[in-house]
Every structure is written in structure tokens, then in C-alpha cells.
Design a protein around this ligand. Sequence first.
Ligand SMILES: Cc1cc2nc3c(=O)[nH]c(=O)nc-3n(C[C@H](O)[C@H](O)[C@H](O)COP(=O)(O)OP(=O)(O)OC[C@H]3O[C@@H](n4cnc5c(N)ncnc54)[C@H](O)[C@@H]3O)c2cc1C
Length: 396
Amino acid sequence: MSGYDVIVVGARCAGAGTALLLARQGRRVLLLDRAAFPKDTLSTLYIQLPGVAALADWGLLDRLRATGCPPLERVSYRAAGITVTGSSRPVRGQRVSYAPRRHVLDQLLVDAAVAAGAEFRDATTVGDLLFTDGRVTGVRCRTAGGRWVSERAALVVGADGMRSQVARRAGAEVLTSAPPKSCAYYAFWDLPSDDALTMTHADGVLVGAAGTNGATIVTCYLRQREFARARQRPLEVYLETVREHDGELYERLRSAEPPGRLYGTGDQRNFIRRAAGPGWALVGDAAVHKDSITAWGISDAFLQAQLLAQTLASGTAQDRALAEYATTLRRVAQGGYEATLAAADLTLGDDELAHLRLLADHPELAELYFSVASGAAAPQEYRAALRAHPLPAAAG
Ligand SMILES: Cc1cc2nc3c(=O)[nH]c(=O)nc-3n(C[C@H](O)[C@H](O)[C@H](O)COP(=O)(O)OP(=O)(O)OC[C@H]3O[C@@H](n4cnc5c(N)ncnc54)[C@H](O)[C@@H]3O)c2cc1C
């Protein structure tokens, strides 16, 4: 077939990561995105350690550090006056997290994909897929100049996010789904960054702060049922939430310039789609979308890019390799999906507080807890460790 080996639709963490790895395998890759790069996208930016390790494996971590993105060496988790401070166990030697601005991270990935030989066209929107005998064989896209062109490839990868056109046009089945659980608001503040990700939890609320390129990002998560109220007066609700739950952070915000803009969304869908079929595959949010509260989206996108690239390189015929990719992804995605749905309930009751007291008293258990949260340890390991520690009685 003439054209490309692979067309990747969407050029952020899933798509640019996939294009990079496939181009490094020597494939002819066309990478398309409708956005004009570099451009930000909705995200609270925190990369969990497995994602940091992937960047290191790809030879990109030093470049990320060189952008001035501050290291986040610890997590400080607080609720009802209890503070648990610690960090995850390392992943392939990486112990420090980062929360880079997305116009920085995504451009860095695109640059690496192009350096590996991928062709990148931004401001190019894929409007439809091309089919031959029921198999996806290319895309129809509108160029930056407004012209419609067809491009052919043996494989089209949809890395085009939660509202994926590739998934829709290919007929990717939704295998499981759940209603949105939380909503999120965040802003960038001109404040010096701390070396920790801080999170303050109350029932129905999570307030977080982390250093990013040249700013501190401050985020509030609320339950989905609060979204109708919050969207009426978002800045007031955001500031009230910070004031009520993290007074110290609120005082720092008061001393800073008001942020230029508040970002927010209540459209945090939860689903897993079948991730491949004849001539097509999905990676990142297009394949698995879950509430952003666990901050696993970027890291999972990298791991899926790796899984797809490895499976395609295994020597198996493409159709079988794609079927294997879809089956493996379905299996590995389930645990994180369920854990995220549970976290997005934002429940903080007596049981959760007793649990936090236990963590505050046992640093080794706290490290294991933060390791599960980062994706560096399996929940079963944590559950086994918990069995050796009877929960202290709830206060009051
Ligand atoms: C409020 C919020 C906070 C979050 N916080 C975190 C966090 O702290 N940590 C974390 O790991 N994750 C976080 N996430 C999730 C994370 O941002 C996503 O999981 C991640 O961006 C997914 O990357 P992706 O490449 O799959 O898709 P996207 O980032 O959605 O990129 C898809 C790309 O496809 C392009 N595209 C779409 N349609 C077309 C088309 N028809 N033609 C051409 N191009 C197209 C878009 O322009 C876009 O650039 C957050 C998400 C939200 C909403």
C-alpha cells in the first residue's frame, strides 16, 4: 500500500508518544492534530512516576527538566488535621515527579517524534476514516489551508481524546462506562513552587497545589452534583473552597496577583472502549477515559503507547497484534479504572480518617500507599500490608 505505515490522529501524550516509538521502529508515521501547536489543553499536569520513568526511557526526561519544570519530591496529604507526608517508591530509578505545562510537554513529545522521522501536521482536522472492504485504510482530513485531502496507511491510531472521532467512525464499542463523578476547577498562580504536591481532602472536596513551569497550579475537585452550582459563579466557588479547606494556601493566594483565567470542567466521562479493530487502534483517552482525580491519564497514555508499539513490534501479523493489544489493554486498564471511580466519590468518613491516622503513624505503610497512588505498587500488596496493621479507633 502506498502512503504511510501509520497515521496517528492527535499529537499529545498518547499520540506523540505513539508516533515517537513507532517512528523509532523505522515506520513511516504521519502525526496529525487539529490544534495549532504548541497549545495547552485542560489538565492539572501531574505526571505519576511510571510516566516519568517512560519519559526517562525515551531519553526525554533531561529535556523536560531543562524547561525549568520544578521537581516534586514529596506528597503531602491532609485531612481533618491529619497530615501524611511521604513519597512513592521509585519506578526504574525515578523518584521525582513533575507537573509540566501541557504546551511544554506535548511540544517536547512532538519534537522528539519528528526527530525520530515522523511527519507532523498541526492545524489539520481528521473528518472521517477511509475504509476498504471493512478495514480502515486511511483518513480524510482538512488541512490548515482548508483543503480536504486523503491520506492512506496500513494502520490508523486514534489518539484523539475523550471525544475520539476515530473511535466513533471505526465503531469502537464501549465496553464499560459510568456517569461523571467529579468536576474540577484550576488556575495558575504566580507563586514560588514548593517541592511537594499538596492535597487537602474533606468529604466531597479535594484541594491540590503543585509547581509547574513558572507558576503554581491550584486545583479544586468537587462532586459532580456541585457542578451546576459551581458553574454559576466558578471563581467564587473555587476561592471559597480553597479558603474553607486550606487556609494557609488561601493566604498565599491572597498575596499573589489574581490569575488571568480559571479553567474547569464537569465533563469527566468514565469509559473503556474496545481499543483496536481491522486497521485501527486507540490509545490514551480515546481508549480509556476516567476521572482525572487520580492523575493517571498522562502516565497511562505513555504506557499504552509503549504497549501498542511493543505489540506491533512482536513479529505477529498486524491483525493478530492489534487483537492482542486490545485484550491486554482491557485487562490492564480495569484496576485503575475501578480505583479511579472509587477515588472520584471523594468520600471522607470515619473509616478513611482512621486509615489516614494509621498512615501518619507508619511511614513505611504511607510509602506503600503513595506507591499504589502513583501506580508503582499493586493494590494487593497494600491490602496485604494493611492486614498486619489493625485500624486505630475513630476519634470522638
Ligand atoms: C481537569 C483535568 C485535569 C487532569 N489532570 C491530570 C493530571 O494531573 N495528570 C494526568 O496524568 N492526567 C490528567 N488529566 C488527564 C489527561 O489530561 C489526559 O488523560 C491526557 O491529556 C490524555 O492524552 P491524550 O493524548 O489521550 O488526549 P488529549 O490530551 O485529549 O489529546 C487529544 C488530541 O487530539 C486532537 N484531536 C481531537 N480530535 C481530532 C481530529 N478530529 N483531528 C485531529 N486532531 C484531533 C486534539 O486537538 C488533541 O490535541 C486531566 C484531565 C482533565 C480534564
